[in-house]
Design a protein around this ligand. Structure first.
Ligand SMILES: [Zn+2]
Ligand SMILES: [Zn+2]
Length: 137
């Protein structure tokens, strides 16, 4: 088992589901983790060169899917600068290109205001500001 002196266990790759021998508790097989690292480096360089880009821009410029980029942002692997044009809806956590709410929530909030429902929610929020870089989620 431990012929090479490292603790390796057999497990299924989280991404491609192939059985592989995992060293260091990695959840991805070597092929997939290479892919991921490659994409991550591209994304990191792209953001470095274009700090104000949206997730869509980054995805288009690197070929990495928006889902993967958003996951890295959530995991904290990609740290957004103060001027980053990427954020998450404060209400439903959907990715948006700036602002505080996604289109769907903006509509729902507007309708809620019109009918009187959601007025309290709106009032509460006005005194509670979440800065992009202090966000826990
Ligand atoms: Zn894999
Ligand atoms: Zn939303």
């Amino acid at each position: 088992m431990a012929e090479n002196g490292k603790n390796s266990i057999l497990r299924n790759c989280k991404k491609c589901n192939r059985l592989f021998s995992s060293v260091d508790g990695s959840a991805l097989c070597s092929r997939c983790s290479e892919d991921a690292d490659d994409g991550f480096n591209k994304v990191r360089e792209y953001i470095y060169d274009n700090p104000n880009s949206s997730v869509k821009d980054v995805s288009g410029g690197t070929g990495v899917s928006t889902d993967v980029i958003l996951q890295w942002i959530r995991e904290g692997r990609i740290v957004l600068g103060d001027h980053a044009n990427i954020s998450f809806c404060e209400r439903c956590d959907a990715p948006i290109d700036g602002g505080r709410f996604c289109g769907k929530c903006v509509r729902e909030l507007a309708e809620g205001l019109k009918s009187g429902i959601g007025a309290n929610e709106q009032k509460n929020r006005s005194g509670m500001h979440i800065k992009e870089h202090d966000r826990k989620k």
